[in-house]
Unconditional design. Structure first.
Lengths: 1040, 548
């Protein structure tokens, strides 16, 4: 109490002394979006007294009341500010359009002007991110920056994405960038927990050179997210609400000629079978047919025999997303809250996110403190899919595909009350009613994430600042998956209904709870000093990180009460598991940058890391767990360096740059050394323990993976920077790759984690900005385009191994790009014709898998258009990806198996000559023009001879998408006359996402972005996905 | 001024705090695996019980297709055809489980051998030596030449070369000897490293004599498989067995593992796979696999009390449980059809699936007795009970094992009922000229009857290794299943000889029951050069002891 009192007295004293004589004035210089500007010159008018702002845009100067500060910076209009009674000044500079002046936030939260950087950085501002009201930040980044590939792998309520920058750097490890939130590295998984409306901007550091100071985490680049801190002195309140509607936009192409059946008549026609899941019956004829078996008392369910494709589409709900935002900001304080409720296209899938974000900063004298904290709570309730039940049902999508075309599917919702919809009476003898699956197999989960940081800044002298930053993320999540017991009735069992024979199951539950935390401590000193024509900018620091996690799961598949889903109410033994992990990483880092005359810049960096994941506990050797790596970059602003270019009317800006860096990356899990043992099947039996060796061989020591990044770039501004072009070429050399090599089981293992593989990346990134493209009176049209070319080549795996599979048909093959598809195909002759049997006309599947195309796109193109006229703004984003293939394995062959695919309806199910085929005539392969396959129906399409030739389901993954479009209108405040002066602004926006998708003809299956994993093995979409969707929305946003 | 000091003080504290964390090198030694045991922490005694149980699981779970091929089971009309299996057009993706599971299991025994040797736990080491040979015997019998000397070396040899089947067999005999010697000399006290062997040995609970008999029986099995092959000296090998002196597993001495199967959630593996899932519900296999029309007919034709008791109607049903239509079987490969829906057909019976808590047999006493009968028949054993006595003891023991009431008298009645039929009557002459007579034909036929679902691999082995010409000159008619001179089962008279060929509509005349599995696709992918050195392998490439 006493201390506070005395502090207060002192403050009073200072202010009393303030009048009439020199005193310390502290100030902040920001741009018009509130971003602090470093390196800005602050001069007292008509004197030589001056200083420059630090990395946080702050300055201190001795001045007296009435003095005029002249604040100047390249790229901004100069501004004067008169000192008043206060001791704090804030100056907002207005930007003049010029490349290379917009401040970006780079590693460690440092604000720099891009012209100083020898590597490429891109920035996406809040307005661009949220223009189409994407619920998740990552969706809002799609198509906006070169080198960035945001892939939406699913349309479900979680909207999973995979993000890569400049392709991959690890063959089997993590390839997604790091996330830096307000200067603190946090797990990328939190991206979906961030409210996009809280963001000031996102800086994309594509290059390992840009993130070298982060060491292993930064290998894959970084997304640097800066949240709002409160920048305007006047309090502002903003309220918004968005409603979005989501509809299935694409379903795989279906045949509409044939109904249920799975056999062929003597004449070769499909035979109708009312109980079949497969669609190989006779052709639709409009007659009245029974579906399913007879009900009790001989009742029958009859339908007209015709295709009902609408029933397929109508099965999927109209998704609805409601999003409410509220924010309050004042000088040094920001508070926001958001509530998002997503109801998916999958009936009954719901995901809710509620978040609160708070940030504030306070400064005193040389001392500044700030913090931000975010709390996000998630709740979801979704279909649990395949983990439960009778072992026949796979996912809802699978059962949907196994519903023949004549079935009026949506009529079977009331399975609890309606006999024909109930498990007993449902027509399908082999698979459950999808509505039953939706209701009966549920997974409900919740999560709570808290992430926050606090930062202390101490400006020891004008040129030396100390920063300490402590960040923490704490996450706590749990889920419970349940299935209520199912007992088929005696009538269904006696009828011979197939699924009724083995379909009974007990009530089941799986319960999981996990917590994780990560603490990140960072301390560094930064120096910014001017010596004549030279500017020194240096950092030296240390960081320490500790992660902890724990997960416990219990389950039972034999609960006593049908709907009491608690593992304590079980019969028999529960399933139980536990996993714990802890890691530490300490880093010492430094960089020295020198600038000459504001047009030449050079920087060297170095890092020394100690990583506990490399430590072999049983033979601990400190020397094995630390490693050092250097980097450096240069840039020259030729337009200022070369006198002849200065003042050119055409060329306003010209910069060349180059960078080199080496990064060490530990692509190992925690406790990932040495071969492990797990419980043998069924063990323990009472007091008898039993363990069996894992099938993955791990070694007891590994070296870090090293990535050497080299890049060069040029930035050009033309015609007063109305035209900007930025180009970067890069090459990355990735060595010591830790890969899981598949082994012959005869080694005792089926795979081994080894440390040897190498590959090279190269790429080109082009960004074109036309700002404005056209300016006609009040019409302002901006256009941006970005293009990315990325390619890579595997140079080595390990001695004696030239290829390895990483799952999903994705292979790493020496001499080929990572990753390449390797799949089964038909046996072919030397001309590539499919060899058919001269008797049956059937082809045969070759057991030797063959190389196909790459799974990662080679070309990415993004187009961004923005048109504004008075208070109307229209913006749109389109993007293209090309060069990759996708394998629609489970979906495609599942649909051929079930006979519902358009493909399986070819030739009206009549025998045909296998296209481009040949046969052996006894001495040579001759072109087949005469041998018809014995069957062109069930016996071909649904059989392994068709479905196990994976090449049948390999198609081009190219696409064009109209990713976003929005139209917003700033409502005149006069509309709010009733609240005159209170409402300061209002915007109404209509927006759409994923509006159109243009696919090559061969892709009749799905969205090429979809994948059954967010891992490396891309290009394979499965039955865990729902069909692609299209989103329309409207937003009203009001500022008070 | 005071304030500045405070600020500097805080700054200094922060620096020290940050620097302090970097001081201790040992704080990074936190990577100990606290979730699972590792090579450093695992011990021989916890690996052995799981490995032995896993061997039992292989024998229980892996032979579904061979059950079908050998005429015991068939797919019910409730299920869609498994065309690959039912047309014998096996692929490199077919039946990989046996390859992976055997090597996986052998690796665990290898760990026990290494760790037990370090700890001087000789009893454990000896058991693991013997058990490991079972994995390789199965591998050779199914695949022929396989990696052996260079196998199980992890990254020490990622591409192990293939060894000749015969060389592997020869070494297996020596490994069994080594294991037997270790066990024989093992000292078990309450404090030494063998102290818990009575618990951890989930088969014989440290009964040394049983282990000697088991070892000798395994060796006899290897010798019988290779009976026609030069290069393995049967006389010398039999002399080693004789001089060891413990003999073979006798009547009632089944080699069975039981870690403590407690019920549906920790069940016997056969029960778990073919009868009832861990959640207590019916296994899909119980609906899929039903009685093979040919096989069940053969039992019924002999009035076999293991299937139905002629003398006491309504008893029996040990091998097959009647369906809605009684003891009806289905032809193997028949397209799906409601008349042959699962519920209509006979399924396997309680003598086979036993119970959730039943021990899992690795080698039944009946099989041992039939092996001895064949050895006696071939003159390898020259004293003790006659071949006929051993063969009949095998029948008696099969009845006992399967739980036929009054097994000994039932078996006697069965022999009486089938007197003069060479498949049952050891003394029978040929029914038709040139047809099989008793003796070896009886022994092998009875092995077929006895090992239904208890060790089908051995039935397939017998079918492959013994040429029909060894027991008869006249090939029983209408059997086209054999790619050459394979053994033919039947009663030598009216009953259709078998095993019956698949009736799949997709089957081609050239498709016969395979005599081996193809090497797994993973070998072609990851051990390419070594598997390529085996040349072109087809479903008719024979393993080394298969001379027919």
């Amino acid at each position: 109490m006493r201390k506070i009192a005395s502090l207060f007295t002192m403050l009073m004293l200072f202010s009393a002394l303030a009048f009439g004589q020199n005193r310390v004035i502290s100030g902040t210089v920001t741009d018009n979006s509130g971003t602090p500007l470093p390196g800005v010159s602050v001069l007292i008018k008509n004197t030589k007294t001056g200083t420059a702002t630090d990395n946080n845009g702050q300055f201190r100067i001795n001045a007296k009341t009435g003095d005029v500060l002249v604040v100047t910076s390249t790229g901004f209009e100069p501004k004067e500010s008169t000192i008043g009674a206060g001791s704090a000044v804030s100056v907002e500079l207005k930007r003049v359009v010029e490349t290379g002046t917009e401040v970006v936030v780079t590693s460690l939260g440092q604000r720099v002007q891009p012209k100083e950087l020898g590597y490429t950085v891109s920035k996406v501002k809040a307005a661009e991110l949220t223009q189409a009201k994407a619920v998740n930040l990552q969706s809002g980044l799609t198509g906006k920056v070169s080198g960035l590939n945001v892939q939406s792998v699913n349309a479900g309520v979680f909207q999973d994405t995979r993000i890569t920058l400049r392709g991959i750097r690890s063959l089997t490890g993590n390839n997604q960038p790091m996330l830096i939130l307000d200067g603190v590295p946090i797990s990328l998984g939190y991206l979906s927990s961030i409210n996009p409306n809280d963001i000031t901007d996102v800086t994309i550091l594509k290059s390992a050179s840009a993130t070298a100071i982060y060491g292993p985490d930064g290998t894959n680049g970084a997304l640097v997210v800066t949240t709002k801190k409160g920048s305007r002195s006047k309090p502002q309140v903003s309220v918004g609400h968005t409603v979005q509607v989501e509809r299935v936009s694409f379903i795989p192409e279906l045949q509409t000629q044939f109904g249920s059946g799975s056999s062929v008549s003597a004449l070769g026609y499909g035979v109708y079978d009312p109980i079949e899941n497969q669609c190989y019956g006779d052709a639709f004829d409009g007659s009245l047919r029974q579906i399913g078996r007879d009900g009790p008392g001989g009742s029958q369910y009859l339908v007209t025999y015709e295709a009902r494709p609408k029933e397929k589409l109508n099965f999927w709900n109209t998704g609805l997303t409601n999003q409410t935002d509220l924010s309050f900001s004042t000088g040094d304080f920001y508070l926001s809250a958001q509530n998002v409720l997503i109801q998916g296209v999958m009936p009954k899938d719901v995901n809710r996110r509620v978040s609160v974000h708070m940030a504030a900063n306070k400064e005193y004298n040389r001392f500044k403190a700030s913090y931000s904290i975010n709390y996000t709570k998630g709740n979801y309730d979704v279909t649990a899919g395949s983990s439960f039940g009778n072992g026949r049902d796979y996912t809802v999508y699978w059962n949907w595909l196994n519903t023949p075309m004549q079935i009026p599917l949506t009529r079977f919702k009331n399975w609890r009350t309606d006999y024909w919809s109930s498990p007993d009476g449902y027509f399908n003898d082999y698979y459950s009613n999808p509505y039953f699956m939706i209701d009966n197999f549920r997974q409900k989960g919740r999560s709570e994430d808290i992430f926050g940081n606090f930062e202390l800044n101490f400006k020891a002298t004008n040129w030396l600042t100390f920063t300490y930053r402590l960040g923490a993320t704490i996450s706590n999540s749990s889920f419970k998956a349940t299935a209520a017991a199912l007992q088929y009735g005696p009538f269904a069992k006696a009828s011979g209904k197939s699924i009724a024979q083995t379909g009974d199951f007990n009530s089941q539950v799986a319960d999981n709870s996990s917590t994780s935390s990560r603490i990140n401590s960072e301390f560094f000193a930064s120096i910014r000093q001017k010596f004549g024509n030279f500017n020194l900018n240096a950092i030296v620091g240390q960081s320490f990180r500790e992660t902890n996690s724990k997960s416990v799961s219990v389950s039972s598949n034999n609960l006593t009460f049908p709907s009491l889903f608690n593992v304590s109410g079980r019969k028999g033994e529960p399933g139980a598991g536990e996993s714990n992990a802890k890691s530490r990483l300490e880093r010492f880092f430094g960089k020295i940058g020198v600038g000459y005359k504001n047009w030449a810049f050079a920087e060297v960096t170095g890092s020394y890391d100690i990583d506990s994941r490399l430590a072999y506990y049983y033979d601990y050797n400190f020397d094995n767990i630390n490693f050092f790596y250097p980097g450096g970059n240069v840039s020259v602003i030729l337009s200022e360096a070369i006198p002849a270019l200065k003042g050119s009317k055409t060329l306003s800006y010209l910069k060349v740059r180059g960078a080199y860096s080496k990064t060490g990356n530990v692509n190992l899990g925690i406790q990932d050394l040495e071969n492990t043992y797990g419980n043998g099947f069924g063990f323990p039996y009472g007091s008898l323990a039993g363990y069996t060796s894992s099938n993955l061989l791990r070694l007891s020591s590994y070296k870090p993976e090293f990535v050497i990044n080299k890049e060069a770039g040029i930035e050009i501004g033309l015609l007063k920077n109305r035209i900007n072009v930025e180009a970067t070429v890069y090459e990355q050399d990735n060595s010591n790759q830790i890969v899981d090599v598949q082994y012959s089981a005869a080694t005792g293992f089926t795979s081994a984690r080894l440390n040897a593989a190498a590959f090279k990346n190269k790429g080109l990134e082009l960004d074109l900005r036309l700002t404005p493209l056209v300016k006609l009176g009040k019409v302002n049209i901006d256009f941006k385009a970005n293009y990315t070319y990325q390619d890579n080549k595997v140079t080595k795996i390990i001695e004696g191994v030239d290829q390895l599979g990483i799952g999903n048909g994705n292979y790493v093959i020496v001499g080929k790009p990572a990753y390449t598809f390797k799949l089964t195909d038909y046996v072919r002759d030397d001309q590539g014709r499919v060899i058919v049997d001269p008797t049956t006309g059937y082809p045969s599947v070759d057991p030797v898998i063959k190389n196909f195309g790459r799974t990662q796109p080679r070309h990415l193109l993004g187009l961004n258009l923005s048109v504004s006229w008075k208070d109307l703004t229209f913006s749109a984003v389109a993007d293209y990806r090309g060069g990759a293939q996708i394998f629609t394995g489970n979906l495609g062959n599942g649909m051929d198996f079930s006979g519902i695919s358009k493909r399986s309806g070819q030739n009206s199910r009549m025998p045909f000559i296998f296209p481009n085929s040949s046969y052996w005539d006894g001495s040579k392969y001759v072109d087949n023009t005469s041998i018809y396959m014995q069957s062109g129906g069930y016996n071909f399409w649904s059989q392994a001879v068709n479905t196990s030739a994976n090449s049948n389901y390999l198609v081009s993954g190219d696409f064009w998408k109209i990713r976003e479009a929005s139209l917003s209108y700033n409502l005149p405040t006069s509309l709010f006359g009733f609240a005159k002066g209170t409402v300061k602004g209002a915007t109404f926006t209509v927006s759409g996402r994923n509006l159109f998708m243009f696919l090559p003809k061969s892709n009749q299956w799905t969205d090429p972005e979809f994948s059954n994993t967010v891992g490396n093995a891309q290009g394979v979409s499965g039955l865990d996905n729902t069909p692609p969707t299209r989103i329309f929305g409207a937003t009203l946003n009001i500022q008070f | 001024m005071k304030l500045n000091k405070l600020i500097y003080g805080v700054g200094a504290a922060v620096i020290m705090l940050a620097a302090g964390t970097g001081c201790r090198k040992s704080q990074f030694n936190i990577n100990q695996n606290i979730n699972n045991p590792t090579d450093s922490t695992v011990t021989y005694n916890v690996v052995l019980p799981a490995a032995m149980n896993a061997t039992g699981s292989i024998i229980a779970r892996q032979w579904g297709p061979i059950q079908n091929w050998m005429g015991f089971w068939a797919r019910s009309g409730t299920y869609a055809p498994n065309v690959i299996e039912e047309t014998y057009q096996i692929t490199t993706g077919f039946g990989n489980g046996i390859w992976n599971a055997s090597y996986d299991n052998a690796y665990d025994y290898q760990i026990v051998i290494t760790k037990a040797a370090q700890a001087n736990a000789t009893f454990y080491q000896g058991i693991a030596e013997i058990m490991k040979t079972m994995d390789y015997q199965m591998l050779v019998d199914v695949y022929g030449n396989v990696p052996y000397t260079e196998s199980l070396k992890g990254s020490g040899n990622p591409t192990p070369k293939y060894d000749k089947g015969i060389d592997i067999y020869k070494d297996l005999l020596r490994r069994i000897d080594a294991g037997m010697t270790l066990i024989k000399n093992a000292v078990v006290t309450t404090t030494n490293s063998n102290k818990a062997i009575a618990t951890d040995d989930i088969m014989f609970h440290a009964d040394k004599t049983k282990w000697m008999k088991f070892g000798n029986t395994l060796k006899l099995r290897l010798l019988i498989h290779a009976y026609a092959v030069g290069g393995i000296n049967k006389t010398a090998e039999m002399a080693i067995i004789t001089s060891e002196g413990s003999g073979f597993l006798g009547a009632g001495e089944d080699a069975m593992v039981n870690p403590g199967f407690t019920g549906n959630d920790k069940p016997n593996p056969f029960w778990n796979t073919y009868k009832t899932g861990t959640d207590g519900t019916t296994s899909a296999n119980d609906v899929y696999y039903k009685a093979n029309e040919w096989g069940i007919g053969y039992y019924k034709g002999d009035g076999d009390p293991r299937v139905t008791n002629v003398a006491v109607p309504g008893t029996g049903n040990r091998l097959y449980t009647p369906g809605n239509q009684g003891l009806k079987g289905v032809a193997y490969g028949l397209p799906p059809d409601a008349a042959n829906a699962a519920a209509e057909l006979a399924g396997y019976g309680p003598g086979v699936y036993k119970s959730a808590t039943a021990p899992q047999a690795l080698l039944t006493a009946a099989e041992s007795l039939f092996l001895q009968a064949e050895a006696r028949e071939r003159g390898w054993i020259t004293s003790g009970p006659s071949a006929q006595a051993l063969c009949e003891a095998g029948m008696d023991d099969s009845f006992r094992y399967l739980g036929v009431p009054n097994s000994a008298s039932s078996a006697a009645d069965y022999r009486t009922f089938n007197a003069t039929y060479p498949d049952v009557d050891y003394t029978a002459g040929p029914i038709a000229a040139g047809g099989p007579s008793g003796g070896l034909y009886t022994i092998l036929s009875q092995k077929w009857f006895a090992l239904n679902a208890t060790n089908t691999l051995e039935v397939w082995n017998d079918w492959r290794r013994v040429p029909y010409s060894e027991v008869a000159t006249k090939i029983l008619s209408n059997n086209t299943a054999a790619p050459s001179d394979k053994f033919v089962y039947g009663d030598g008279a009216g009953y259709v000889p078998g095993p019956a060929r698949s009736v799949s509509p997709q089957i081609q005349p050239s498709d016969n029951i395979p005599v081996r599995y193809l090497y797994p696709q993973t070998e072609y992918n990851y051990n390419t050069a070594n598997v390529a050195a085996e040349g072109t392998v087809t479903r008719y490439s024979r393993v080394f002891w298969d001379l027919n």
